[in-house]
Design a protein around this ligand. Structure first.
Ligand SMILES: Nc1ncnc2c1ncn2[C@@H]1O[C@H](COP(=O)(O)OP(=O)(O)OP(=O)(O)O)[C@@H](O)[C@H]1O
Length: 269
């Protein structure tokens, strides 16, 4: 059933893309995620917040297939997702960035962004080696997609620069570019603004909003900066000690007493 809402700024949020149902994830004796359920809907920007160690990165890793929960189900576009390897999840149109930048420092910006296309390539190694039919057409499509992203994120001027020489904020933008090159329908961002100064945060916020707006990409992000979270997100999930303690619009979450207590360090039993 189509269930759409329009946000105050005129964007449309539609059907459920991803539905996490009663997810529990354990590492030995540690329960990193305890029976958590929430959904992510088409076209929205969904934040996952919570104090350190709350289980946010673990949750993103469940969504991207890096971790397999002991209990619960991940539903993707209306069907339960069988256990999958991360590359299979990526092929379904889910891309991610990492908390600590994971780029090839010695390679140029362009080459790094090209690696985001690897999953989209269908020609086999033999065809690629001899530059036959499918491989050359694919290469053209890859170039086009990569150039579009490079233009969009305004990194043309550094396309030949080795990533290792870039300042931190630009590296984060290149990481976003690499994820976007895969043309994901769902983009997962693990602390996209961590370590950034105010200006860099403003730039990154603008790019995230533009990606969502222009490409219609659904975005789930983990972020510690509350100002950023409240400005960017349509809905926010709040985690604390592996549990979900809040879920709703930024205004709802801000006035939720459990959330206020968690951020003030009041203990829960
Ligand atoms: N690979 C792992 N092995 C063992 N324990 C882990 C592993 N990954 C996470 N944990 C534990 O699971 C819990 C949740 O960690 P997680 O990194 O998901 O939290 P987080 O909310 O992302 O924290 P932060 O904001 O500090 O990044 C913590 O107690 C952590 O020590």
């Amino acid at each position: 059933m189509l269930d759409t809402t329009t946000t105050p700024d005129g964007r449309t949020i539609g059907d459920t893309v991803l539905d996490l149902r009663n997810i529990t994830l354990r590492f030995g004796g540690v329960e990193a995620i305890k029976d958590i359920s929430f959904d992510i809907r088409e076209g929205e920007i969904r934040a996952i917040i919570g104090p350190n160690g709350a289980g946010k990165s673990s949750m993103l890793n469940v969504i991207s297939g890096f971790y397999v929960p002991q209990e619960g189900e991940v539903w993707f576009r209306g069907a339960p997702r069988p256990q999958m390897k991360p590359y299979q999840v990526a092929r379904q149109g889910i891309a991610r960035t990492f908390q600590n930048i994971a780029l090839f420092e010695g390679m140029s910006v362009l080459d790094n962004v090209m690696t985001g296309r690897l999953n989209a390539m269908k020609a086999n190694i033999f065809q690629q080696a001899f530059w036959w039919g499918k491989a050359s057409k694919e290469e053209e499509a890859n170039r086009e997609s990569v150039e579009r992203v490079i233009d969009f994120l305004e990194i043309q001027h550094i396309r030949k620069t080795p990533v290792g020489r870039l300042p931190y904020g630009l590296k984060k933008r290149v990481e976003l570019a690499r994820a976007l090159a895969a043309e994901p329908s769902l983009l997962l961002l693990d602390e996209p603004m961590a370590g950034m100064n105010v200006e860099e945060k403003e730039d990154m916020s603008r790019f995230i909003l533009d990606v969502n707006d222009e490409f219609g990409t659904t975005i789930a992000l983990i972020e510690h900066d509350m100002g950023v979270v409240m400005d960017l997100s349509d809905r926010v999930v709040v985690m604390d000690y592996g549990r979900k303690i809040g879920d709703g619009t930024p205004a709802e979450v801000r006035s939720n007493q459990d959330v206020i207590d968690a951020y003030l360090g009041v203990s829960h039993d």
